[in-house]
Design a protein around this ligand. Structure first.
Ligand code: ADP
Ligand code: MN
Length: 337
């Protein structure tokens, strides 16, 4: 979609009800029969059919006629459903420009009320008094997840064990990605420098807009200091039992004051994950290699690893594969990533 705000403003109540009805129906079938759409949306055949053809012409809804008349939504409509929920809940008051299009997300800037210190409203209930002062000028980033475009096979495998989840693989994957990221941000914030988590809706995570520029884009005056700050944040996350698992110069934001923010956490794993140590080493290598290439900094990876693990550099080397006692409570065998 070209413009999410425009599409949102042009959507009338009936159209929104139809989109939500199709989403509901997609829990059970990939193409939702027109009778089900009408029943769920509580619309007459006439009302439903004009609404549906408008949505089809806007490319928010796709139609099939074989073997029956059925409808499905795509990401554009799903974004609108999440956005309307966030607006209803007063989490988002206005939507701004596109902040970034990553491999697995579309991120918009937005404004909302200042989140309360006990951050993290969740679910679709109203957040009448959880939103803190009604200033409505707190800068937000709304990240619409897009995982399902790439991880179909994985999703089918996971879904095999779970009922009550959408049949549609991309909805499932995107919701899972958002839920994971929100959960991890809540666990890490504020001890680790990550965006403050604000809310979760469908496949969208709302968080503080931190400002800053991606590490790969900036020219640092003092790269060594920056690398040390990044390593400190990796260490703090490790102490909380989390490995980022996709750390790179793309997922580190550097602010004007030199402060560093680490973003993009849906694929993070706990310290008890069987591959946590390899992933931690890969994260460290990605970051250290970046500083090596761009600033000719020669930082030893083993020293970095030992320092993250809190070991004496000159003492025994970290025994690879040995798991720390830290980890997400109860997450051990269930974690999808
Ligand atoms: P992806 O998985 O698509 O890479 P990211 O979380 O890295 O998703 O977000 C994509 C881009 O959006 C980032 O590179 C960054 O420019 C911007 N961005 C994401 N979150 C924030 C945030 N909280 N504050 C400011 N910019 C953000
Ligand atoms: Mn990213």
């Amino acid at each position: 979609m070209d413009n999410l705000t425009d599409a949102f403003l042009k959507l009338d109540r009936k159209e929104l009800a139809l989109l939500k009805a199709i989403e509901r129906g997609m829990r059970h079938s990939e193409w939702v029969p027109v009778e089900d759409v009408m029943a769920i949306a509580r619309l007459s055949p006439k009302g439903a059919s004009t609404g549906l053809s408008k949505l089809v012409s806007k490319k928010l809804v796709f139609k099939t006629t074989e073997p029956y008349e059925g409808y499905q939504i795509g990401f554009a409509a799903y974004d609108l459903i999440a956005l309307s929920d966030l607006v209803d809940r007063d989490v988002v008051v206005s939507l701004g420009d596109l902040l970034g299009v990553g491999k697995e997300s579309v991120v918009f800037e937005a404004l909302g009320p200042t989140p309360s210190a006990a951050a993290g409203s969740e679910g679709s209930g109203s957040s009448a008094d959880g939103g803190g002062a009604k200033g409505s000028s707190f800068p937000l980033a709304v990240k619409f997840h897009r995982q399902g475009r790439t991880s179909f096979k994985h999703v089918r495998r996971v879904r095999g064990h779970l009922t009550d989840l959408p049949r549609c693989a991309w909805i499932f994957a995107a919701r899972l990605g958002a839920a994971r990221e929100f959960q991890i941000l809540k666990k890490l914030y504020p001890e680790v420098s990550v965006p403050q988590p604000v809310a979760l809706s469908h496949h969208a995570v709302v968080m503080e807009h931190t400002g800053g520029t991606e590490l790969y884009k900036v020219d640092l005056e003092n790269p060594e200091e920056c690398l040390e700050i990044v390593l400190e944040e990796v260490t703090s996350a490790w102490k909380k039992g989390i490995v980022h698992a996709d750390l790179s110069a793309y997922n580190v934001l550097v602010r004007e004051d030199g402060e560093v923010v680490i973003i993009d956490w849906p694929q993070a794993v706990s310290g008890t994950h069987p591959e946590s140590m390899e992933l931690l080493e890969r994260d460290l290598k990605n970051v250290i290699d970046h500083f090596g290439r761009k600033y000719r900094l020669d930082f030893d990876q083993d020293v970095a690893l030992a320092s993250v693990l809190g070991e004496d550099v000159k003492g025994e080397k970290a025994e690879k594969g040995e798991k720390g006692k830290i980890g997400l409570e109860g997450e051990r065998a269930r974690g999808p990533s």
